[in-house]
Design a protein around this ligand. Structure first.
Ligand SMILES: [Zn+2]
Length: 356
C-alpha cells in the first residue's frame, strides 16, 4: 500500500530530495478542457471557433476518441508525463484544480502560483512591482541558488510579477532583447525576430522567446527556470481556435525540447523536476475566448509534474481538489526547502507530487 499524502511527505523530507533543478513551464490561459479532452468539436468550425481551414484543423486535431484527441494535441504530455509523472485537473474524472483568487486573469494568477496566495490588492494587469515575495525570490536569497533562478516570458509583466529589481531574479520578458555575452549572431537574429514578428502589444510570440530561453538555459545553467508562454491566451482572445490549438501543440513540443535538453546535460540528468500549469482557465462554448470575473469557469485550471521525487501515478482520478496556490510551496518542497519557512500564507504542497 502506498503511503498517504502527509506520511509520504514526511518520509520524503526525512529521506532528502533527489531534485536539484526545477523546470516550470506555464502557458497563459490554456484550458484543462483541451488538455484532458483534446480538441473541442464545437469550436473546430469557422462559426464556433473562428477556424479558417476546418478540414486542415480537423485532420490535425480531431480524432473519435478523447484519448487519441489529447494525444494528437499534446503528445509529450500524454506519452511521457502521463506515464512518468502526474496530471491534475480532469474534472471529468474527479480531479479538480482551482484558482483561489477571484480575479481570474493573469497578474493575480501568476502572483497566486508564485507566492502561494491570492492577493486582493492585485486587481489589474498594470505594470506594478509585486509587493509580495515570490518563491523564486525567496529561493534566490539562498546562497546556493543566488543568481541561479531565471524566468523567460512572452508577456512583458514578468519582471514586475517577480519584482526583479528587488528580487534579483533575472526575467527576460516581452520584447526585451537577450544580452548573453557570447550570444553572437544567433542572439542578434532572435532579438530581431522577436521584434519584427511581434503582433501584440506587450507580448512577443512564443517561438523567438522560447529559442532565446533555450540558449540562456544552455549557457547559464539555471537551477530553477520558468518559461512562461503566451500565444495560447492571445489566440483564444482573438477567437482563433485553430491557431490556439497550434500553440498548444507547440507548448507541448517546447516542454519536450527543454526536458530532453536537460536530460542530455550532466548537471540536470536524473536530478530535474518539471512543473506545468496555467494562470487561469477560460469559459466553455462561445465563452471559450474569455476569462475573468464574468466567466466563472475560468477559475478551473490544471497542473502536471514529473521528476525524481514524483511517483508515476499518471492522470489522477477521484482525488482531493488542489489549488494553484499550492504551486509555490510545491516548488519550495521540491527544491529541498521547508515550504512553511517560505510563507505562512501558503497552503501545503501538492503532497503526492513531492513524496516519492
Ligand atoms: Zn487573457
Amino acid at each position: 500500500m502506498l503511503a498517504g499524502g502527509a506520511a509520504s511527505l514526511a518520509l520524503a523530507q526525512s529521506a532528502g530530495r533527489n531534485t536539484r533543478n526545477l523546470l516550470i513551464v506555464t502557458s497563459d490561459g490554456l484550458r484543462w478542457q483541451d488538455v484532458f479532452r483534446g480538441a473541442d468539436a464545437g469550436l473546430l468550425t469557422k462559426k464556433g471557433g473562428g477556424v479558417s481551414d476546418e478540414a486542415k484543423t480537423r485532420s490535425l486535431y480531431w480524432r473519435a476518441a478523447k484519448e487519441q484527441r489529447r494525444q494528437a494535441l499534446m503528445p509529450f504530455l500524454w506519452s511521457v508525463v502521463s506515464k512518468q509523472g502526474q496530471l491534475y485537473g480532469n474534472r471529468d474524472a474527479g480531479s479538480e484544480a482551482n484558482l483561489t483568487n477571484p480575479m481570474l486573469f493573469s497578474y493575480p494568477g501568476y502572483n497566486e502560483m508564485m507566492t502561494g496566495f491570492g492577493d486582493p490588492a492585485i486587481d489589474s494587469n498594470d505594470k506594478k512591482y509585486n509587493q509580495n515575495i515570490t518563491v523564486l525570490e525567496w529561493l534566490n536569497r539562498k546562497p546556493a541558488l543566488k543568481g541561479k533562478i531565471a524566468a523567460f516570458g512572452a508577456w512583458e509583466l514578468f519582471p514586475y510579477i517577480l519584482n526583479s529589481p528587488r528580487s534579483g531574479v533575472y526575467a527576460n520578458a516581452g520584447y526585451e532583447p537577450m544580452k548573453l555575452p557570447a550570444g553572437g549572431e544567433r542572439q542578434a537574429l532572435l532579438n530581431r525576430l522577436k521584434i519584427e514578428t511581434g503582433i501584440w502589444g506587450g507580448e512577443a510570440l512564443d517561438a523567438p522567446m522560447f529559442l532565446s530561453a533555450l540558449d540562456y538555459f544552455k549557457a547559464m545553467k539555471p537551477r530553477v527556470f520558468w518559461v512562461a508562454l503566451g500565444d495560447t491566451d492571445e489566440w483564444a482572445h482573438h477567437n482563433r481556435y485553430d491557431l490556439y490549438l497550434d500553440s498548444v501543440r507547440r507548448v507541448d513540443s517546447y516542454v519536450k525540447e527543454l526536458w530532453d535538453l536537460a536530460q542530455s546535460m550532466p548537471e540536470y540528468q536524473g536530478t530535474t523536476s518539471l512543473l506545468m500549469t496555467v494562470d487561469h482557465g477560460r469559459g466553455n462554448g462561445s465563452a471559450w475566448t474569455g476569462h475573468g470575473q464574468k466567466v466563472p469557469d475560468s477559475r478551473e485550471v490544471w497542473m502536471a509534474m514529473m521528476g525524481p521525487d514524483t511517483r508515476p501515478l499518471g492522470e489522477r482520478t477521484t482525488v482531493a481538489p488542489i489549488t494553484l496556490s499550492q504551486l509555490a510551496p510545491t516548488i519550495a518542497a521540491l527544491m529541498g526547502e521547508d515550504p512553511k519557512a517560505f510563507s505562512g500564507k501558503a497552503p501545503a504542497p501538492v503532497a503526492d507530487a513531492v513524496g516519492r
